[in-house]
Structure formats: structure tokens, C-alpha cells
Design a protein around this ligand. Structure first.
Ligand code: FEO
Length: 400
């Protein structure tokens, strides 16, 4: 149900406590999510901003109808038209078919491509405005944050009511009944915001940096950032902005992440010995180990995002490496992490080859290879584990 968030604005979205995956099965949403839609009531005009995901289309429209006559809506602003935000639009437009939809040119193309309807589109560009009387909306194109159609909308509603509607930007997959940043566990929210950035936006980091600087250069007050997922940044908008600037700048902590898969525990034993070596050489470095066949893939991506260096390990199977590493490498390649060092390791019985292949794949992902890797035959004995420890020490020195 709608919740008032400022003098002129009501949240009209859907909190999805049940959601456990997003983008099909590509993104795990352990804390649910929300699809934030907003109703902005000016003196002269009322605007609905964004809708919700398709399964909730009827619920969304029915809730709106409980609170208002839909004919009071003078315009719809669609900041981004992926289905989690535009899914309820067809249901809504059946009721108010002539209401203009403000979106970018690309947004119109996407809406036409998704829904095949000849709605009343109004294309807007950066700087275009929509005047609601005592409230003014200014559109800011923000391509690739998260799709080419994306725009932000800046609202000037007067004293203490300057809101940046940023759609996916600054969002998190996080369900809560408390909409604001000072009413939630902020550590939990920041973790989800980082996971969202690492898994969805990292690829577009240069656009993130540029857009934040564009907005800062506008030199306008921002009292609140209202994304389309998760909580609203009311008390700490500067916190998420400064985090985004950090994350977009080849982010890394003093962490080395070891991702491996194993058949008979030889590669796991190597991973643990390598971790020992890293800890011996560099006690201040955080070392984390993940079995890629057991750990959540998006959590692994988040840990790689935080790392200065990564090690990938797999035994050789069928002259290649284990299946789960293939998925991890494909995701890492797409996300284009920057300035991270890497190497590979693994056990084998006869031909070997996984280490060489993993090393090539790591290179394709854009990692800087700092070692030829370590391949060991059969089950590592004490001498082999000592060698793996030494490999870890050498890797820590080169990753420093
Ligand atoms: Fe939340 Fe890119 O849609």
C-alpha cells in the first residue's frame, strides 16, 4: 500500500519478500527485493513514476485504484523499462490508455519491443522538464545504468524536497517494510548494495563515475535518493554516492580470494595449503576460500570484486577443468573486473592441463597473471603441501 515519503511523494511499489532469484536464476536475492514506484502529486499535475514487476501488475493497479481515481494521473515517467519496472504498465494502460509516457527514445523502443503497443510516448532528453505546478521534474539520461534507456529524474519540490529518482542506480535487492536508510540494518543494506554493484553495475563503472560527476556538477541539493529497488537514502545519501565512486574506481580491499572445485579433495588440500602460505607471508591480508560448486555464484563475484587478487583451482577432468569454474569464469569475464591479479592451480592424474586452461581463461577475463600456476599429480603428500604453501607465499608477495 502507498506510503508517504515526502510532502509531494508517495511510495506505491511492491515489496517482494519471496523473491529468491532475479534475472531468471542469474542473481540470488537472499533478502528479497522491492520494485519501487512513486506517485508525485503537484499542485497542477500528478505523475506516476515507474511501475512494478509483471506478476504483481493487478495488485499494483488495484492498490492504486483503492487510493485514487486513475484518471488523476496526468503523466507516467518511466526511468527504465526492464520488466521489473515496466511489467505492470500494460495492465495500467488498459485503464488510462491516453496518458503520456515520458521516457527516453531508447525507452520507447524497449517498451514497444516488449509490449507492442502504440502508447502516447513523449521522448525526453537530459535537461527536459515536466512542471507539476509547485513541483518540477528534470530528466537526466543515464545510459547503461542499467540499460541504454535508463534516465534519472531530479525532483525539486521546494524546501527539503529535492529527490533524485535513480532507478537501478544506488539500489539493492532488499525487502523491508521500513523504507528509509535510518530505519534498517545499514550494514546488511550496504552488503546488498555492494553485491548489486558487483554483479550488475561493475561492467558500467566508467558510466557510473561520469554520471555521478555530472550530477555533482549540477550543483543542486539532494535531500533524498530514491532508487527502484530497496531502501531510500534519506539520512545518508552521501554515503552511497561516495561508496559508488569508490566501487567504480577499480575497487579492491586487501583480500585474496581462492575459488576452487574438487573431486577427491586433492585440489581442496592444495587450496588450503596455498591459503596457509598467503597468511604466513601476509597476515594482514584477508584470505577467503570458496568451493564454486557449493557457494552462491553471486557471493563469489562479490568477493572477487573486493579482492586484489584471485586464485582459481580445479583438477583436470576430460583434459579440461570442472564445470562450476566455467560458470564463474563466464560471469567474471562479463563483469570486467579491473586491476586484479590472478593465477591458477589444480591436481591431476596423468595428462594435466586444467591449470594452463584456467590461466588462459583468467587472462581473457582481464586479470593480470602473476604466476604460471601450480599443477600437482595425484594426492598431495606433505612435501607437495609444503610446495603449495610456498606457492601461496610467493603469490602473496607478487599480489602485494
Ligand atoms: Fe531493476 Fe535494470 O531493472
Amino acid at each position: 500500500m502507498k506510503k508517504q515519503i515526502s510532502d509531494h511523494v508517495w511510495w506505491t511499489g511492491k515489496t517482494d519478500w519471496e523473491l529468491n532469484h532475479f534475472h531468471g536464476q542469474e542473481y540470488s536475492t537472499d533478502k528479497g527485493s522491492s520494485y519501487n514506484s512513486y506517485l508525485i502529486k503537484g499542485k497542477d499535475k500528478t505523475v506516476l513514476m515507474d511501475t512494478v514487476w509483471l506478476p504483481y501488475d493487478k495488485e499494483f493497479v488495484n492498490n492504486l485504484k483503492k487510493d485514487m481515481d486513475l484518471n488523476e494521473i496526468d503523466a507516467i515517467v518511466m526511468n527504465h523499462n526492464e520488466i521489473d519496472h515496466s511489467g505492470a504498465l500494460p495492465e495500467l494502460m488498459q485503464q488510462i490508455p491516453n496518458v503520456p509516457i515520458y521516457c527516453t527514445k531508447k525507452g520507447e523502443e524497449i517498451l514497444r519491443g516488449h509490449y507492442h503497443q502504440d502508447w502516447n510516448f513523449v521522448n525526453v532528453k537530459t535537461g527536459d522538464q515536466l512542471d507539476l505546478g509547485d513541483v518540477k521534474l528534470t530528466f537526466i539520461e543515464a545510459p547503461m545504468l542499467h540499460w541504454p534507456d535508463t534516465m534519472f529524474t531530479y525532483m525539486d519540490g521546494g524546501e527539503k524536497e529535492h529527490i533524485l529518482f535513480s532507478n537501478d542506480g544506488f539500489g539493492q535487492h532488499y525487502a523491508t517494510e521500513n523504507l528509509f536508510d535510518d530505519k534498517v540494518d545499514l550494514d546488511e543494506v550496504m552488503h546488498e548494495a555492494m553485491k548489486y554493484y558487483a554483479n550488475i553495475l561493475n561492467l558500467y563503472s566508467s558510466q557510473v563515475t561520469k554520471k555521478i560527476h555530472d550530477i555533482l556538477a549540477m550543483n543542486v541539493p539532494v535531500d533524498m535518493i530514491a532508487p527502484s529497488h530497496g531502501i531510500l537514502w534519506k539520512k545518508y545519501p552521501e554515503k552511497i554516492i561516495s561508496k559508488y565512486l569508490e566501487w567504480a574506481d577499480a575497487y579492491q580491499e586487501n583480500q585474496i580470494t581462492i575459488v576452487y572445485d574438487t573431486m577427491w579433495n586433492s585440489t581442496r588440500a592444495m587450496a588450503e595449503a596455498i591459503a596457509d602460505g598467503i597468511r604466513q607471508e601476509s597476515p594482514e591480508t584477508t584470505v577467503k576460500l570458496f568451493n564454486s560448486s557449493k557457494e552462491d555464484k553471486n557471493d563469489i563475484m562479490t568477493e572477487i570484486f573486493k579482492s586484489k587478487a584471485v586464485l582459481l583451482g580445479s583438477p583436470t577432468i576430460n583434459y579440461g577443468f570442472l564445470f562450476s569454474l566455467g560458470g564463474i569464469l563466464e560471469m567474471a569475464k562479463g563483469l570486467r573486473f579491473k586491476k586484479k591479479k590472478a593465477a591458477a592451480f589444480g591436481s591431476c592424474g596423468w595428462s594435466g592441463g586444467s591449470v594452463k586452461q584456467l590461466t588462459e581463461k583468467l587472462k581473457e577475463c582481464g586479470f593480470e597473471i602473476i604466476s604460471d600456476g601450480l599443477e600437482m599429480k595425484w594426492v598431495p603428500d606433505q612435501k607437495a603441501l609444503d610446495e603449495a604453501r610456498e606457492f601461496g607465499r610467493a603469490f602473496a608477495r607478487k599480489a602485494a
